[in-house]
Design a binder for this molecule. Sequence first.
Ligand SMILES: [Zn+2]
Length: 202
Amino acid sequence: MSRTLFTSRDGGDLKDLAGRESLRVELSMEKLIFMHQTHSDLVLVVDGSEGEPMCDALVTRSKGVALAAMAADCMPVTFTSDWVVGIAHVGRVGLVKGIAQKTVEVMHGLGAGKISAFIGPSICAKCYEVSPDMYEEVTTLIPSTATSFELHSLDLQSGVTTQLESLGVEVENVGICTLENSDYFSFRGGDLSARQAGIISL
Ligand SMILES: [Zn+2]
C-alpha cells in the first residue's frame, strides 16, 4: 500500500534542507529523495543511495524510500502500483517532452502492473495564460491542453490526463489551483523561490 502526500504552504519551503529533514522524520522514512529539477524528460530509478539527482522523475521499488517532486504551479504527479511507485515534476516543458509517460514506461519496465496517477495542486486551465504563439504551439502538440484562443491559457492538467489515460493509467486530480488558493505556493502568485512538494512511498 503506497502513501501519497501533497504539502502546502503550511509544510514550509521544501527547497530548504532543514525543512526536508523534518518532513522525513515526520513521515518516519529512512530516505526522502528530492530532485535537482531542470524541466528535463529524465526518469531515474533509485534505491535511496542517491543524493539529489538531476532529473524530473523518480521511480523506486524500495520500501522506506520516499520520493519528492517540488512545485509551485507546475504539477507534482504521483504514480502508484503493486510493487513500484514513481513521481514526476510536470510543467509545460515536461508535458511536451512526455515526462509523465516516460515515468510510466520505466515503471512497467520494473514490472509494475496497473498504475494509478494523482495530480497534485497546480495552476488551473483558467489561470495559466501564455502568449498566443505558445498557446498554438502546445495545443498543436497536445490538443487536450486547449481552452480557447481568446483566453490562450493552457490546461496542463487535462494534457497530462490524456497522455496517461492513453497508456491505461487511471488518473485522479486533487483539483486545487495553486494560484487561486493562498494555502499553496504559486510562482505566478509571487512565490519565486519557495516550493511545496508531492511525496510518494511504498
Ligand atoms: Zn486557477
